[in-house]
Ligand binder design. Structure first.
Ligand code: NAI
Ligand code: A1CAB
Length: 268
């Protein structure tokens, strides 16, 4: 077995979708294991990959952890100590913690996003020296590179990458929803408002890719004395930029907390 996937929830399934569609791994190369046997069987049926048990982990070349950070200590108790290379996608959990709790010098820390499902994840990567020497970082670069862009990030910036990129998908969704709400408030039918908001994010992203700085696009759209600058003024009045900056800061701090083992359901 090339890869054992522990945790077949939202991220696990996004990665399976992207990886299988791109043919980087075949379903028979991947074993699936998670807490809920019924749901794991459903995922196995959907992808055509086998369900495995804890005893099968000994035969895995790589073990990919996609469980919640709060489940890590328990999972490490039975999934650690194998000769496989370990790859973790858990928010906040450092390579030092991975290595210590899994009893392995081979630990890669990855932070992908749900955009893996369409081959557009932005994935941060870092690894222990042992994982790098064993070729595990190169393996992870190939794996996540097949479902988007990879970035080698120093570990002290990992939670920031998480709070901006992986979490940022949700901020974009909230912005789209709010924009559509504005359209509805001013009279557009809901389905049209939702469609406009969704397509606007796509076209906006493509236009931003053609420019070295986002402010250039903003300036081009803002006609002097026109509609857009009136809208931007209202955004500034609502502390839009400050709110977005604060969101990244709060998410980064939450990553630090999760890494220290603080409860996922608790507030800071
Ligand atoms: N959802 C996202 O956009 C992203 C999530 N992540 C990270 O990926 C991890 C998984 O996130 P999601 O897929 O969103 O969570 P999820 O809740 O959708 O899936 C978690 C999976 O782990 C399994 N699991 C939980 N406890 C277990 C245990 N003790 N033994 C075996 N399996 C267990 C569950 O059965 C489920 O299949 C988290 O650590 C998160 O920080 C990273 C990047 C993006
Ligand atoms: O919200 C979370 O904790 C996870 C990590 C990044 C995206 N989702």
């Amino acid at each position: 077995m090339k890869l054992a996937l522990i945790g077949t929830g939202k991220l696990g399934c996004a990665l399976l979708t992207g990886l299988f569609q791109r043919g980087v791994l075949a379903p028979q190369d991947v074993g699936l294991l998670s807490r809920d046997a019924h749901k794991t069987c459903q995922v196995a049926g959907r992808f055509g990959a086998p369900v495995i048990g804890r005893g099968d982990l000994a035969g895995a070349e790589y073990i990919l952890l996609c469980v919640q950070p709060g489940a890590f200590q328990e999972v490490a108790g039975w999934a650690g100590g194998h000769s496989a290379g370990y790859i973790s996608t858990l928010a906040g959990v450092t390579t030092g913690t991975l290595s210590r709790c899994l009893g392995s010098e081979r630990a890669v820390r990855a932070m992908p996003s749900l955009a893996a499902t369409i081959g557009r994840s932005q994935t941060a990567l870092t690894a222990t020296p042992g994982a790098e020497a064993a070729g595990d970082l190169a393996f992870a670069q190939g794996l996540f590179g097949a479902v988007g862009d990879t970035y080698r990030i120093p570990e002290h910036l990992f939670d920031t990458f998480t709070g901006m990129s992986a979490s940022g998908l949700a901020y974009a969704a909230v912005f789209a929803e709010a924009l559509a709400d504005g359209g509805v408030r001013m009279g557009l039918p809901r389905p049209l408002a939702n469609e406009l908001a969704q397509k606007l994010l796509v076209s906006g992203g493509e236009l931003l890719a053609e420019r070295p700085h986002p402010a250039m696009l903003k300036d081009e759209v803002c006609s002097p004395g026109g509609t857009t600058i009136a809208g931007i003024r209202a955004l500034e009045g609502g502390n839009f930029r400050r709110s977005v900056i604060d969101a990244v800061e709060a998410a980064t701090r939450r990553g630090h907390e999760l890494g220290r083992g603080e409860r996922e359901t608790g507030d800071s």
